[in-house]
Design a protein around this ligand. Sequence first.
Ligand SMILES: Nc1nc2c(ncn2[C@@H]2O[C@H](COP(=O)(O)OP(=O)(O)O)[C@@H](O)[C@H]2O)c(=O)[nH]1
Ligand SMILES: [Mg+2]
Length: 471
Amino acid sequence: MGRSWRNFFRRSKKEEEPSEVAVEAPEQEPAEVVEPEDSTNGLAETSEVVEEPPIAEAPDGDSEAPVHEVTVRGTEDEEDFAPEPEIVEPEPIEAREADVVEATLVEGGPEDEEPEEPRGWFGRRRRRGIEDEETVSSPEPAGPVQAREAGVMEAAPVEDVPDDEEMEESRGWFGRLRNGLSRSRESFVGQLNAAVAEFKDADDEEFWERVEEILITSDVGVPTTAKLVAELEQEALEKNITSGKELREIMIEHAARILDKPVELDISHKPTVVLMVGVNGTGKTTNIGKLVHFLPGNVMLAAGDTFRAAAIEQLQMWGERTGAKVVARERGSDSASVAHDAVEAAKSDGADVLLIDTAGRLHTKVNLMAELDKVKRVIERQLPGAPHEVLLTVDATTGQNGLRQAKLFHEVAGVTGIILTKLDGTAKGGIALAIANEVGVPIKMISVGEQIGDLHPFEAREFAQALFGDL
Ligand SMILES: Nc1nc2c(ncn2[C@@H]2O[C@H](COP(=O)(O)OP(=O)(O)O)[C@@H](O)[C@H]2O)c(=O)[nH]1
Ligand SMILES: [Mg+2]
């Protein structure tokens, strides 16, 4: 089974009351979803600067700006964006839940072996004497794989035994995840299926080349494909694998290993400050709204996207729906000032978690860095050690562009976790592998639709199973 919200949040010891953490939130559409206004086609690399309101000096530590009121002026969007990524209407929930599929358990392969000379595409390139900047790193030792625990529940410590409600939630989620990933599965897994059906033995060079081609064109990317195929080929040779079915099991195992990273969200501080960053349109505000439903304790929101039309109302709407207090200033204000006010308010109100939205405009790296840096510094000054988590939303539909964004934001803002969004509208689910392998930041949550229940903690094996399973 997958990871539930209950064991997703790391809380301070005295708060760890197992009884009432994450109750499954009601599945309702947002009353009014603000039209997606922009695209996520990567950050501009040029020195062209998008017009922006002047960034005011960082507010003083003791500045008192009473700001729980908002005046919004102007409705048109001043931003200059590339075309919107295609978003497929999510299927109705009933249809998704009808298609619940049990996760089948797969025996793990060897976990600690160091690969010898890499084989596959990378090995072949080496043998051909082609230099490559990308090095194939040895596989990380597999951590505890959550999904396997379902099969050994008797042996697990008592607190790990999921209750009926969690089991139910997990099954429902897996069906939804599978559905969300159906476009990815149909596209590249469909092709892999055809290739694997013809698999006979691990010495077949053409077969491995075909697999590499499919993975590379499915946004898994060159370095990660090289690593994955080298590992697969090696294991298939060692174990003398001859059937497509066994090969698929190894594939799931190795993909899960690449994806498997610690995903807990640290909310043990009081208040815990979570900064949400990412390019416009990738899902920051919507996923803040969804996350509020699952977070235990008293949650406060800060409308740090002061630039985009309607961003403040969008967050306030989520505040109304969830009962979370929203700290905001008028549009065009300095977002660092909003962050400042919000941290003050969270401290004085005794909030447990403060989620801060940001703008993430498509502009230059220098400006992005200056802006995020300023917001972070202001937060740190108000509350040493904060922000405790910096979450980055990456829109899966943008494929390799999303990977570039993740690298850049991590460099600029020190990202602690990624929320991979819009996996429902894309055939590019393979991007998760590239992100996990190349960015070095765990994917902590994934989103497969616009509804509250479409956000979920990430679980490596479950994801690999949903992506590669049932070829
Ligand atoms: N299909 C789909 N749409 C999503 C998902 N996450 C967010 N969205 C939609 O993407 C659009 C942009 O989201 P928003 O939160 O405003 O992005 P922001 O600019 O980063 O704050 C909204 O219409 C959301 O409802 C998802 O997982 N799947
Ligand atoms: Mg937003």
